[in-house]
Design a protein around this ligand. Sequence first.
Ligand SMILES: O=P(O)(O)OC[C@H]1O[C@H](OP(=O)(O)OP(=O)(O)O)[C@H](O)[C@@H]1O
Ligand SMILES: Nc1nc2[nH]cnc2c(=O)[nH]1
Length: 190
Amino acid sequence: MLEKLKTSLINSPVIKRGEYNYFIHPISDGVPSIDPHMVEEIAEYILQITDIKKVDTILTIEAMGIPVANALSLKTGIPLTIVRKRPYFLEGEVELSQSTGYSKGALYINGLKRGDRVIIVDDVISTGGTLIALVKALKTMGVEILDVISVIGRGTGYLQLNEVGVEPKILVTIDVSEKGVEIKNVFGNE
Ligand SMILES: O=P(O)(O)OC[C@H]1O[C@H](OP(=O)(O)OP(=O)(O)O)[C@H](O)[C@@H]1O
Ligand SMILES: Nc1nc2[nH]cnc2c(=O)[nH]1
């Protein structure tokens, strides 16, 4: 189960971004290269744990949510909407603030309307800052969130999402230290 993902995570290098121990992995960074068989493994797993038939749009966040979300879109024929880091100034565009353990910036939602049913798919959840801000904005817009799925979760930041009424599905939960990456849990093995 998720063997390619687990093996590659254990072998991830860790660098410092300020005080933050940042792991580097193909799915979350695109380097050195993304194994399409790993993306396939992940997409197939996600399709087993979510009710995709009810979904109008697969929603992801630029940049590194895109490979897995796009695989899901191709497999299902369900459209993909990308929350971008740049504005388009279109009518109805919604701006929100993103804060991670190592960066701050703005995100912009376009292409969604009240009543749309989405699943959110992202590569990593760490502090939870990005997904909390996104979930709050979507709720204000009247968008229905059917599932929040992250391929990788590090630490306990995902628990913050409970505050906005969301229990994310995290495929592999890890701990990251200067020494490297350790696997803590695989979704479905709790
Ligand atoms: O839980 P958090 O602490 O908010 O961190 C998670 C976010 O960090 C990464 O995005 P990043 O902004 O680094 O962008 P990228 O996908 O372009 O690398 C990742 O794709 C998540 O969106
Ligand atoms: N690649 C990568 N993406 C992240 N997003 C949030 N934290 C991390 C991290 O440690 N590594």
